[in-house]
Design a protein around this ligand. Structure first.
Ligand code: PLP
Length: 423
């Protein structure tokens, strides 16, 4: 039996309507920016496997670090114990995080990193005896699929079934160029009620919405409004972190600094599930008390798993290599060239680039997130050996940083062909 047939017996896949979806492709090997399926067909991983894998598949440097860790201390509980990999990782991260970030809390995935940030914002005020129980978020945000993260997410069909069970979240529009004032006014109105504990946002790029981008100056204004009104700001850098925007973090483009940051995805180079939420001293101090009830009673069995930490340390080493930083610049330049070529195309509505992220919107009336046009595009890309997952009428590229120019050009050419043929 093929992998596909054996898969269909027992497995349930994410974001999949199994009655109508095509059977999943059985992947047997990954190397660099390439993947191979069980029939030997080759694919370019043009989205770094959902944005987790900047340094290439089966990366030897990360694999060696993991093996070394597995054979000295694979895991130990983090309640009452600590270990070298967690300590070293915290020291290394502190050298690149915004300077107001002073404490790290580990978990396993992007959703839990967000969950923890929201719980900390709410409990901070609970500990102080102030009633702030609501959160502010952007329209069309995506922050994950657990309950608080889902409440903060604004892509409605993801969360429709759970509406009645979610914490209260009020949305403001993303500050679109020329219409920023709308977002500022609405945020100020909300913040001034003193009912909100936090404002969560994907800094500069909303990934799941289709790489929707906005300006750092506007985010600076929004953060300032929150600061003036005691609303904690949560930068969800789960997608944008570790070089995607051309800098270590999207927040590095800001003059203001968020109170919390959520990190995951590229943290371990795609090798091991791990996440970190980071905090200012003020937030930490809000839980630091003689009263045990004021502690953050949150934890996961695999908190700060040493093997995950070792993978993250190795990933940071790779990110900081000059060659990797040069890759970011090279890919950005290629993207800008492709953008210049495509922006005048009669079937292209808009194009945008930040760092290694490229996005292009095809001119269409309206498109559903997983609509039939989107599915035809997806099928075309897969048939041509390029893994791209369009969002409605938006095609985006977010390749591993180690991708060679030749493969990048193959991706661009395939996109061009798709625009000509899939209409
Ligand atoms: C992917 C993502 C998440 C959720 O991360 P998971 O690891 O899938 O739970 C949260 N926020 C953003 C911005 C993301 O891109």
């Amino acid at each position: 039996m093929s992998l596909q047939e054996r898969d269909a017996q027992y497995l349930w896949h994410p974001y999949t309507q199994h009655k109508t979806a095509a059977v999943p492709i059985g992947i047997t090997k990954g190397e660099g920016a390439l993947l191979w399926d069980e029939n030997g067909k080759q694919y370019i991983d043009a989205i770094a496997s959902w944005w987790v894998n900047p340094y290439g598949h089966s990366n030897k440097y990360i694999a060696d670090a993991i093996y070394k860790q597995l054979t000295s201390l694979e895991h130990v509980l983090f309640g009452g114990f600590t270990h070298e990999p967690a300590v070293v990782l915290s020291e290394k991260l502190m050298t690149i995080l915004p300077s107001n970030q002073k404490k790290l809390f580990f978990s396993d995935n992007g959703s839990t990193a967000v969950e923890i940030a929201i719980k900390v914002a709410l409990q901070y005020y609970y500990n102080k005896g102030e009633k702030r129980t609501k959160i502010i978020a952007f329209e069309n945000a995506f922050h994950g699929d657990t309950f608080a993260a889902m409440a903060a997410s604004g892509i409605s069909f993801f969360t429709e079934a759970f509406k009645g069970s979610l914490i209260e979240v009020v949305r403001i529009p993303v500050p679109e160029k020329g219409k920023e004032e709308e977002s500022y006014v609405l945020l100020r109105e909300l913040a001034e009620t003193n009912e909100y504990a936090g404002f969560i946002f994907e800094p500069l790029v909303q990934g799941a919405a289709g790489m929707v981008m906005y300006e750092p100056e506007a985010l600076d204004v929004l953060i300032t409004i929150c600061k003036e009104n005691g609303v904690f700001t949560i930068a969800d850098e789960v997608m944008t972190g570790f070089g995607k925007t051309g800098k270590n973090f999207a927040c590095d483009y800001l003059t203001q600094r968020p109170d919390m940051m959520c990190l995951s995805k590229a943290l371990t180079g795609g090798a091991i599930p791990m996440a970190i939420t980071t905090f200012t001293q003020q937030l930490y101090d809000g839980f630091y008390d003689e009263d045990v009830n004021k502690a953050l009673f949150h934890g996961h069995t695999f908190t700060a798993n040493p093997t995950g930490c070792a993978a993250a340390i190795a990933s940071l080493d790779l990110l900081q290599q000059q060659q990797m930083q040069d890759n970011l610049v090279r890919i950005n330049k290629k993207h800008l060239e492709f953008k210049a070529k495509m922006e005048k195309h009669p079937r292209v509505k808009t194009t945008r680039v930040l760092g290694v992220i490229f996005a292009l919107e095809i001119e269409r009336e309206s498109e559903e997130y997983y609509g039939s046009f989107r599915n035809r595009l997806y099928d075309f890309f897969i048939a041509n050996g390029v893994i791209l997952r369009p969002v409605g009428n938006i095609i985006y590229v977010l390749p591993p940083y180690i991708i060679e120019d030749e493969l990048l050009e193959k991706i661009y050419n395939t996109i061009q062909e798709a625009i000509e043929t899939v209409m």
